[in-house]
Design a protein around this ligand. Structure first.
Ligand SMILES: Cc1cc2nc3c(=O)[nH]c(=O)nc-3n(C[C@H](O)[C@H](O)[C@H](O)COP(=O)(O)OP(=O)(O)OC[C@H]3O[C@@H](n4cnc5c(N)ncnc54)[C@H](O)[C@@H]3O)c2cc1C
Length: 400
């Protein structure tokens, strides 16, 4: 039995950031990070970009080398998932049977890929993408001339489609909604991404429903009504489910993630961070569960500050980015599909800024292939700004 300290369940981006922030602040309490995966924590965005494309080595994703954990006296237990939480005894039980007591507990269990409940969904050749092992399995199945069907035109599905096109594959994307990314970006910008992919040769179908995945010993196609789209491999990219079962079974409140307050607390000695946390955001006056790496890092930092006794709150805007082909973008804020969109610059040039507005107030902004402006865009969110000024390239962003 070790002395009670901080136990972090989930060795991902958010959990690791809690530990590193504490050490950077000079805090020397015992810290244990417990991870299900058999390797040290790593960065996930590269799984659908550089590593999948074969440009980057998997090792480049590693957050800290193993020496860092030793030097910082952070105990990292990999490959041994937590299977139960005892909030009364204040301890966690691992699959190996070990019990680890805690003084404070941080739940950072992230999310897992949603799967399809359809005939054939478990066939060899049907992939999801969440972990490095998923990425390497998908990369191994890539090859020039092979036919990939992507189910779901969300961020991961579209990034995989781009990587596959760049690998010389034939790519079909099947999307249930009429416009890809509609929930995140609305019709105008969703259509922009649709055209980007079609322009690179992707056969993108929207408004379609998959009825089965075909194949006997391995996948051979995806059925859409009477049609079968031939496939050598399939990527199911239909969203993620928060890993909140442990919390639920232990009696914590769970509703689309672990419910936490604006200091990420589920109860005084239990916090949740990252993709699994459904937290009260004081800036937006709303609960948010955000599946982006910036949020994982910032919530990890916030949890550490809260543990250090600071009066810090979840008070920032969501931010994310994507890279597809030669398009790089950053998005800040929280627009809705029904918001008005205005554009500064020309969409056709591939370099522009889009603003979302609701009743005249900027709700979000996105810079596409224009860099070092996102901080200025962040300053516009929440303010009432005349759309004619937003789109006027003669007005400096800093003057808006
Ligand atoms: C392919 C891919 C591409 C992405 N690209 C982008 C991008 O371009 N931009 C962006 O902003 N975001 C991107 N993201 C999202 C971003 O990676 C996540 O928001 C971030 O990883 C969340 O961090 P987390 O620590 O909350 O969860 P995770 O990184 O998922 O880490 C949680 C860890 O907890 C472990 N775990 C779960 N249950 C247990 C248990 N019972 N016991 C022990 N360990 C457990 C999991 O195995 C996992 O290792 C991408 C994600 C993926 C999968």
């Amino acid at each position: 039995m070790t002395s009670r300290g901080l136990v972090i369940v989930g060795a991902g981006q958010a959990g690791t950031r809690v530990a590193s922030t504490l050490r950077e602040a000079g805090d020397d309490r015992p810290v244990t990070i417990i991870g299900e995966e058999p390797l040290p924590p790593y960065d996930r965005p590269g799984l659908s970009k550089g590593v999948l494309q074969g440009r980057d080595e998997p090792a480049s994703l590693t957050l800290h080398d193993t020496g860092w954990y030793v030097d910082n006296e952070i105990r990292l237990l990999s490959g041994d998932p937590v299977v139960a939480l005892d909030l009364t005894a204040r301890s966690v039980r691992l699959a190996s049977g070990a019990e680890v007591p805690y003084a404070d507990l941080v739940l950072a269990t992230g999310a897992r890929s949603r799967t399809l409940d359809l005939t054939g969904a478990g066939l060899p050749g049907v992939h999801t993408l969440r972990s490095l092992s998923d990425c390497l399995a998908l990369r191994d199945a890539f090859g020039p001339g092979r036919r990939l069907v992507v189910i779901g035109a969300g961020w991961i599905g579209l990034e995989v489609a781009a990587a596959a096109v760049q690998a010389g594959m034939y790519v079909t994307v099947l999307e249930h909604a009429d416009v890809p990314l509609r929930a995140a970006l609305g019709d105008r910008m969703g259509t922009y991404f649709a055209e980007l992919h079609r322009g690179h040769g992707v056969d993108l179908h929207t408004g379609v429903s998959i009825t089965a995945i075909e194949g006997r010993d391995a996948v051979t196609g995806v059925r859409v009504g009477d049609t079968v789209v031939p496939a050598d491999l399939v990527l199911v990219g239909v969203g993620a489910i928060p890993n909140a079962e442990l919390a639920h079974e232990a009696g914590l409140q769970v509703d689309n993630g672990i419910l936490v307050d604006d200091q990420l607390r589920a109860r005084p000695d239990v916090l949740a961070v990252g993709d699994v946390a459904n937290a009260e955001n004081t800036l937006l006056g709303a609960r948010l569960r955000v599946e982006h790496v910036d949020n994982a890092n910032r919530q990890g930092r916030l949890a550490a500050k809260v543990l250090l006794g600071h009066d810090a709150r979840y008070d920032w805007l969501p931010f994310f980015y994507t890279d597809q082909y030669d398009l790089g973008m950053e998005y800040v804020g929280r627009g809705a599909a029904t918001d008005e969109v205005v554009v500064r610059g020309s969409q056709d040039s591939g370099q522009f800024i889009a603003f979302w507005q609701r009743q005249g107030v900027v709700t979000a902004a996105m810079n596409v292939n224009i860099w070092d402006v996102n901080d200025q865009l962040r300053m516009t969110v929440g303010r009432r700004i005349d759309p004619s000024r937003l789109i006027d390239e003669g007005i400096d962003l800093a003057e808006l």
